[in-house]
Ligand binder design. Structure first.
Ligand SMILES: Cc1cc2nc3c(=O)[nH]c(=O)nc-3n(C[C@H](O)[C@H](O)[C@H](O)COP(=O)(O)O)c2cc1C
Length: 203
């Protein structure tokens, strides 16, 4: 089958991408509104951009043209700060709960049953139950498209990192202890499966 994306509906494009680009890591992002209301939301359009400087990016998708922005985008636009908490198996239910469309005034730590952990370099708290937390300041926000399905790409510079001691040895993270979760299409998530190694070419 061959597909011209220009001929697809928005929904078809979405389904094709979220089913093909898998598994996607999950940034569990904490922010605080200008009025001090804490917010949490998961984003699986998420990855490493570079490590010198250390930049992470995630992509909140636009709902509809002219519609309100996601709370995460509103908060980062106003405060320029956020924490990316790594999503793990024990956080799975809370990650899913936090993806609900709650009122802007609702504290999503409370809704998700999670504990705020005071950050060292930014105002938004981290998720205590997450074993790796990246405190970030906004480096750039890049807008893609104007309609529903476009995004406000958030690029954050990492200012501080908190990692549970038992997970890290000489800067190597033990993935079996971390137990990260990832997102597939629809309501499907995945845990780490069988890990295999292949030596890199020596050239
Ligand atoms: C596992 C998971 C991953 C998600 N990834 C994204 C994503 O990459 N981009 C996006 O816009 N929404 C994503 N969502 C939906 C948002 O989490 C959802 O729109 C949320 O309500 C946004 O919250 P906010 O308004 O508090 O920022 C995801 C939802 C789940 C459950």
């Amino acid at each position: 089958m061959e597909i011209n994306p220009d001929k697809l509906s928005s929904k078809e494009r979405y389904k094709l991408l979220i089913g093909s680009v898998i598994p996607r890591p999950i940034a569990f992002v904490s922010t605080v509104s200008e009025n001090g209301v804490p917010n949490l939301a998961p984003f699986s359009f998420f990855n490493v951009v570079c490590f010198n400087p250390m930049i992470l990016a995630f992509f909140p998708i636009r709902y509809k043209k002219g519609d309100e922005l996601k709370d995460t985008v509103k908060n980062i636009t106003a405060t320029k700060e956020f924490v990316i908490n790594v999503a793990t198996e024990k956080l799975a239910k809370s990650v899913n709960t936090a993806s609900g469309l709650y009122d802007y005034q609702v504290d999503e730590f409370e809704v998700s049953g999670l504990t705020k952990s005071k950050s060292v370099t930014v105002n938004p708290p981290g998720v205590l139950e997450s074993p790796i937390r990246f405190e970030c300041v906004l480096e750039k926000m890049i807008s893609f498209g104007d309609d529903a399905g476009g995004s406000n790409g958030i690029f954050g510079k990492v200012k501080h990192i908190i990692i549970e001691d038992n997970l890290i040895d000489n800067f190597r993270i033990d993935e079996n202890l971390l137990k990260p979760i990832s997102r597939l299409a629809g309501s499907k998530y995945a845990r780490l499966g069988e890990v295999f190694e292949i030596e890199r070419p020596k050239v």
